[in-house]
Design a protein. Sequence first.
Length: 306
Amino acid sequence: MLYFLASRTLQGIVVVFAVLVLTFFLQKASPASPFNSDKNLPEEQRARFEAYYGYNLPVHEQLWRVIKSYATFDPPDCMKKPGRGVGEVIMQAFPVSLAIAIPSLLIALALGVPLGAIAALKPHTLEDRTATFLATLGVCLPSFVLGPLVATFVGLKLGWFNVAGWMDPSDWVLPACTLGFIYSGYVARLTRGGLRETLVQDFVRTARAKGVSERGVVFRHALKLACLPVINFLGPAMAGLVSGSFVIETVFQIPGLGQHFVSSAFEGDHNLAMGITLFFAILVVVFNVFVDLIQAAVNPRIGLKT
């Protein structure tokens, strides 16, 4: 266990470092400076900004400043949010995105696993076609279409929930259900494929030959292993949900990470964009480690792969 954690920690550091370097050079490849968007900014003040943020230094020195700031857990200030640090913005937006991500994932599992199981257990039937249609709808329907539809009909037409806002817990229902339905399509397809593959394995035939009921075969033997692809999907899914969905956060006016990330890209706030990108990379690494631990617990034969 300790060797596994140490190995994955080292791998995670390498991944995050690679993301930092790649993001840095992609930002440098941008033709515009973060301070060129304001045409009314005097040249003297622009020069002071560039000196303050190190944009007048050679590229290798700029890269070293970025590496040093994050290696010492001292992220720089935002370029377009005066007086606010990158870490402060991320830590304020992270709980907001997390409060949406957790119920979204639970909704996705609550919808996707039963739909996938029904489709796998009753192939080529009406139930299979209905479940497959709903799963495909969740996968194919983009958030910029589903979000406004949910906000318009459920929020405005029916008036069941507030369309925008964040102060009341009921304001979380619509964005969580929207994201949950989208992700449930992926969960359903993975469950369907995993369960259909598991049901033809030798140990399932053996269990049936021993007289185990079909319910027992499915719930005690097949479903646990069939959910391994779903568990593997949870790592990047949770990281993506926590990092925020810009469209959903914009439609429902949620001040989460997704909104900050896209605004930083449009405003040219390289420091904030870098910070959120690295935070997302760290989340992917951490959640993937948790997924590996869960997979090893569900199926000990897999073991902990370094």
